[in-house]
Design a protein. Structure first.
Ligand SMILES: CC(C)(COP(=O)(O)OP(=O)(O)OC[C@H]1O[C@@H](n2cnc3c(N)ncnc32)[C@H](O[C@H]2O[C@H](COP(=O)(O)OP(=O)(O)OP(=O)(O)O)[C@@H](O)[C@H]2O)[C@@H]1O)[C@@H](O)C(=O)NCCC(=O)NCCS
Ligand SMILES: Nc1ncnc2[nH]cnc12
Length: 272
C-alpha cells in the first residue's frame, strides 16, 4: 500500500471517529459533549491540518532502513512536535488531537514500514517505543499523563504504546471485525468495548480520581450486555450515559484515540 493510501486512511479514521454519535462526553455532529470549546467543524479543520504530518510519518516508515526502530520513532517524534503546532494553529490553541498525533502517527509510520519488512505493525510499535515509559515519565508533572504516573503509577498512552496497544490488537479490532449492520452502531459499540477496558488518562484527569475507571468499565459492560446501539435498550442507555458524562464534565479522549486507531487498522486490513 502506497504512502498516499495510508495517509488517506489516517484522515478517514479521524473523520469516521468524530462523526460517530452519540459518543458519551465526546464531540460529534449532534453534540459537543463535555467540550464547550470544540465542535465537529474544529475537528475537521484539525484533521486536515494533520494530512502532511501523516504523509511524512508514512514516508519515515517507508524510508527507514536502520536496525534500531527507536531511531525511526525519534524521527517521527520530531515530526509530531511540529504537527502539534500545526494542530494548535488550526484550532486556535484547542487540544483536539494531541493523543492521535502520537498514537495514529505511530500506526501510520509502522504500517508503512511493514509494507517492505512484512512484520506485524503492533510488534514494530513495541520495538519503536521500547523503554519510553522509563525515559519519559517520573521526572516532570506538567501533563495529565506525567502527573498520573507519579500519583497512581499509571503509564497512560506511553505504556499502551510500549505494550503494542494490546487493547486495539486483542480486543477492539477483533470486536469490530465481527460486528454487522449500520456503521455508526458498529463504531459506537467498538468505542464502548474500548471503554470497558481502558484506563483513559483524560477521564481520570476530568474526574480527579482513579475510581472513575471501574465505574466507566461497568457502564460500558452494561451497555454491551443490553445488545449495544442496535437495540432500543442499548440506545436508551447510551443517551442517558451521554447526559451523565455531560453533567459530570467527564470525557473519553483516550478512548476516542483508540477508536481512531482501530478504524485505521480496520481500513488497512480491509475489515472496513
Ligand atoms: C506522549 C504524548 C501523547 C504526550 O504526552 P503528555 O504527557 O503531553 O500527555 P498525556 O497526558 O500522557 O496524554 C496523552 C494523550 O493520549 C490520549 N490517551 C489518554 N489515555 C490513553 C490511553 N489509555 N490509551 C491511549 N491514548 C490515551 C489522550 O488524548 C486525547 O485526550 C486529549 C485531551 O486530553 P488531555 O491532554 O488529558 O487534556 P486537555 O488537553 O486539558 O483537554 P481536556 O481535559 O479539556 O479534555 C485529546 O487530545 C485526545 O487526543 C491524552 O491526552 C505526546 O504528545 C508527546 O510525546 N509529547 C511530547 C512532545 C512530543 O514529542 N510530541 C510529538 C509526539 S509524536
Ligand atoms: N470526538 C472527540 N471529542 C473530544 N476529544 C476527542 N479526542 C479525539 N476525538 C475526540
Amino acid at each position: 500500500m502506497a504512502v498516499e493510501e495510508i495517509t488517506r486512511n489516517a484522515i478517514k479514521a479521524l473523520l469516521y471517529e468524530v462523526v460517530t454519535n452519540p459518543k458519551p462526553g465526546l464531540v460529534d455532529p449532534v453534540d459537543v459533549g463535555s467540550h464547550p470549546d470544540m465542535n465537529v467543524y474544529l475537528f475537521i479543520d484539525s484533521s486536515l491540518s494533520l494530512k502532511s504530518y501523516f504523509r511524512q510519518a508514512a514516508k519515515i516508515g517507508a524510508d527507514f532502513s536502520g536496525q534500531d526502530l527507536r531511531q525511526m520513532f525519534e524521527q517521527l517524534r520530531q515530526a509530531g512536535i511540529k504537527a502539534e503546532e500545526a494542530m494548535f494553529t488550526a484550532t486556535n490553541s484547542v487540544n483536539t488531537h494531541k493523543g492521535a498525533i502520537f498514537s495514529l502517527g505511530l500506526f501510520v509510520c509502522a504500517s508503512s514500514y511493514c509494507q517492505n519488512s512484512h512484520q506485524d505493525e503492533f510488534e514494530v510499535i513495541q520495538q519503536m517505543t521500547k523503554g519510553l515509559v522509563e525515559r519519559d515519565l517520573g521526572k516532570k508533572k506538567d501533563t495529565a499523563g506525567e502527573k498520573q504516573f507519579l500519583q497512581y503509577g499509571k503509564g497512560g498512552v506511553r505504556a499502551e504504546a510500549e505494550a503494542g496497544y494490546p487493547l486495539v490488537r486483542d480486543v477492539a479490532l477483533p470486536f469490530l471485525a465481527q460486528t454487522k449492520g449500520e456503521l455508526n452502531a458498529r463504531l459506537l459499540d467498538t468505542l464502548m468495548k474500548i471503554v470497558s477496558e481502558i484506563e483513559d488518562s483524560n477521564l481520570i484527569k476530568r474526574a480527579g480520581n482513579i475510581e472513575v475507571i471501574s465505574w466507566a468499565h461497568n457502564q460500558a459492560k452494561k451497555y454491551l450486555a443490553l445488545g449495544g446501539y442496535g437495540t432500543q435498550a442499548g440506545k436508551h442507555f447510551m443517551l442517558e450515559l451521554n447526559s451523565i458524562f455531560k453533567e459530570k464534565n467527564y470525557s473519553l479522549g483516550g478512548s476516542a484515540d483508540l477508536l481512531i486507531i482501530t478504524i485505521f487498522m480496520a481500513l488497512q486490513r480491509g475489515i472496513l
